[in-house]
Design a protein around this ligand. Structure first.
Ligand code: DAH
Length: 346
């Protein structure tokens, strides 16, 4: 074995050029294959004199590594011209499963409600989550010492100001903003959004939840219109057999006010543990917009009247899917959320 043989292979490696993967493979066989040039040198190495073995051995190994690196580099550089040339793939392997996300149940319910009211001709309106006292309370006819204004219920962002900033406790504030913005009826909006209350977290209460507010103002809007709108909504939402019942109630911003129950869609009025045996489920509050509220936002109560309603999304979602603990909606437990993956509507 001569030094020149090694030098010659080095020179050939240096000149090596390949245009396709096939050529790279041929080069690999030529140098490193079973009958390749470098393999042959290794064969020859066995016959080298003992005292030369160390040096030749090292040089040969270096040559082999250089050749391997050159081939690897060419393989990278040439790229694949067709799929059949590419790295071997086992087409019988099972595919990588693709994780499908799903809508959150509260989003599903919000979308359903928005879709129903869009059909009735309502637009969607939004307002800020950090609001001021005026839009959450004052303009909605809350008297100065109403308990809802208490720190117990409301998260204040700033205090000691005549119109402090706070986290809105209901989406009724968006009513006010919409009336201020639109000024001229007819006004028909629904306002979905997040609301905040200083409540201890339990199966039935949370400090953050979602509401949808509705508002309709026009000439000659009556309580009968309100009742009809709610009945149509309830039937779209809970099924065509659904009945509603209205109970007198009180809200500062509506007069008269009512709370609405729907017939229990689980026991169909017979009485079960969801409706606590009554056959009815409470779903929303509503009423005729108080003239003071219209006036505060610059709408003439002599000319116009309207109705408003507000409902909690988590509550509707709980009734719809018979979920008995509100906290499930906030904890992002995948086992819970994945239950809704088939509920995705496209
Ligand atoms: N804002 C009320 C609440 O947070 C819900 C509500 C009741 C809204 C009656 C209304 C309404 O617009 O007319 O509990």
């Amino acid at each position: 074995m001569k030094r020149e043989d090694i030098e010659r292979v080095y020179a050939e490696l240096k000149e090596l050029q390949c245009k396709t993967q096939k050529e790279v493979e041929e080069a690999r066989v030529r140098f490193l294959g079973k009958k390749g040039e470098i393999t042959a040198l290794f064969e020859e190495f066995r016959t080298v004199d003992k005292d030369m073995k160390r040096e030749f051995g090292r040089t040969l190994n270096e040559l082999k590594n250089t050749a391997q690196e050159a081939i690897d580099r060419l393989r990278e550089a040439v790229g694949f011209e067709s799929a059949s040339e590419g790295p071997k793939q086992d087409l019988t392997m099972p595919g990588d499963p693709m994780e499908l996300g799903s809508r959150h149940p509260v989003s599903i319910v919000r979308q359903e409600i928005v879709d129903i009211f869009r059909k009735f001709g309502y637009d969607v309106a939004e307002g800020p989550e950090i609001e001021d006292d005026y839009h959450v309370f004052e303009a909605l006819n809350f008297p100065p010492n109403h308990p809802a204004r208490d720190m117990q219920d409301t998260f204040f962002v700033s205090v000691g100001h005549p119109n402090p900033l706070l986290l809105r406790t209901h989406t009724s504030s968006v009513q006010v903003r919409t009336m201020e913005r639109m000024k001229n009826p007819p006004i028909r909006v629904i306002c979905p959004g997040r609301v905040f209350r200083n409540e201890a977290i339990s199966a039935r209460a949370h400090c953050i939840f979602h509401q949808v507010e509705g508002l309709y103002i026009d000439e000659n809007v009556s309580f009968a219109d309100l009742k009809q709108a709610i009945l149509l909504f309830a039937r779209e939402m809970f099924g065509p057999e659904t009945e509603i019942r209205m109970r007198p109630s009180y809200f500062p911003f509506t007069e008269p006010s009512a709370e609405v129950d729907v017939s229990c869609n689980i026991c169909h009025g017979k009485g079960c543990n969801i409706c606590k045996g009554s056959g009815w489920l409470e779903i929303l509050g509503c009423g005729m917009v108080d003239p003071n509220v219209l006036k505060a936002s610059g709408i003439d109560p002599e000319k116009y009247s309207g109705f408003a309603f507000g409902m909690g999304l988590e509550r509707i979602a709980m009734l719809k899917w018979r979920v008995n603990d509100l906290r499930h909606y906030f904890e992002n437990d995948m086992r819970f959320l994945q239950e809704f993956s088939t509920a995705v509507e496209v």
